[in-house]
Design a protein around this ligand. Structure first.
Ligand SMILES: Nc1ncnc2c1ncn2[C@@H]1O[C@H](COP(=O)(O)OP(=O)(O)O)[C@@H](O)[C@H]1O
Ligand SMILES: [Mg+2]
Length: 311
């Protein structure tokens, strides 16, 4: 990964008939990373992507793709970006190789280069053996992989894949994600949209989660949990036998503790740091028996429950 940005949005906003569907997005995608643009259906993923490609104009705010403005410089953006839309279309009576020749020609790839590139991309997506089969006979998984070959043939600096795993079975998903995983090594940045967090999280270095047009979380997978869900707080859970009411007050006075709640035998303490040893001492000093104590770990399950559960 590098410190250069492939995509940068500033207050990027889109409205349709007075309704805001993309709402002041601020995020960046680093060069050579796989960035997941995640969110449930209708969150605004496709609309955001269309603005990155210059296919629809922002109502306000800006997006930059490798320093180009897609609204003003759509051709420059098209030259360096490969885009796989939600629905890919091929000429079904042509073979994979013939379809790719057609795309190579559209992209003005020199004929002398074309066959080498076709062999190369078909090999990469695991379709070398099916290159001379007409695409009408392709499975959904093969079509999606051919779609990737199709965007890679122009050797783009950035590929934008809109829900590429939808409709695939688990092995098809894994095959596709493995291919995506390998792209940064070749110097290709990836923006991957999906409404299925679990499917794609293993290949993403960073993610942005959209909900109703707003970016609710953004960052590296590693730092998401606590920052996103607890505002940087630690939540320490203590189970005691017969806690006295005074214990709540005592714990509340420890420096760094900002909230203590009690329910049955469980104390839930919100703190600015990992204060387990101070808390344990206070519990024991109050003569309550300490049964167990843990720092609540925020996982992708919490994120999933908060934003992705079926509504
Ligand atoms: N061309 C359009 N005209 C009017 N509303 C649209 C149009 N395209 C998308 N929308 C609305 O914008 C919202 C976001 O849609 P979209 O970007 O397709 O979401 P996603 O790709 O995350 O499923 C939805 O409520 C959708 O109905
Ligand atoms: Mg979409």
């Amino acid at each position: 990964m590098s410190d250069k940005f492939a995509i940068e949005t500033r207050d990027l906003t889109k409205t349709y008939d007075g309704t805001t569907v993309v709402d002041h997005l601020n995020f960046f995608v680093r060069e050579n990373e796989v960035f997941g643009l995640l969110g449930p259906n209708g969150a605004g993923k496709t609309t955001t992507i269309l603005m990155m490609l210059g296919l629809t104009e922002p109502a306000s705010g800006t997006v930059k793709v490798f320093d180009y403005n897609p609204t003003r410089e759509p051709l420059q953006v098209k030259r360096i970006v490969g885009y796989l839309p939600e629905e890919v279309g091929f000429y079904d009576n042509l073979t994979a190789r013939e379809n790719l020749r057609f795309i190579a020609d559209l992209n003005k790839i020199p004929p002398a280069e074309t066959e080498r590139r076709i062999d190369n991309v078909l090999e990469m997506v695991g379709l070398a053996d099916a290159r001379d089969m007409i695409t009408a006979k392709y499975s959904r998984g093969m079509r999606q992989r051919l779609g990737i070959a199709d965007v890679l043939i122009k050797e783009p600096k950035l590929v934008i894949l809109d829900e590429p795993t939808s409709g695939l079975d688990p092995s098809g998903i894994n095959h596709l994600l493995d291919i995506i995983c390998g792209l940064p090594k070749m110097g290709t940045t990836v923006l991957l949209s999906s409404h299925q967090l679990y499917q794609v999280q293993r290949v993403c270095h960073s993610v942005g989660i959209l909900s109703k047009g707003k970016l609710v979380i953004e960052g590296s997978i590693a730092e998401l949990g606590r920052e996103a869900l607890a505002g940087g707080r630690y939540i320490i859970e203590v189970e005691t036998a017969q806690p006295r009411p005074e214990l709540v007050n005592t714990l509340g006075k420890i420096k760094g503790v900002d909230k203590v709640e009690i329910k049955d035998n469980i104390l839930t303490i919100s703190t600015g740091a990992d204060l387990r040893s101070q808390i344990a001492k206070a519990v024991v000093d109050s003569d309550a028996l300490l049964v167990q104590m843990k720092v609540h770990e925020f996982s992708l399950d919490d994120i999933y429950m908060k934003y992705f559960k079926e509504r």
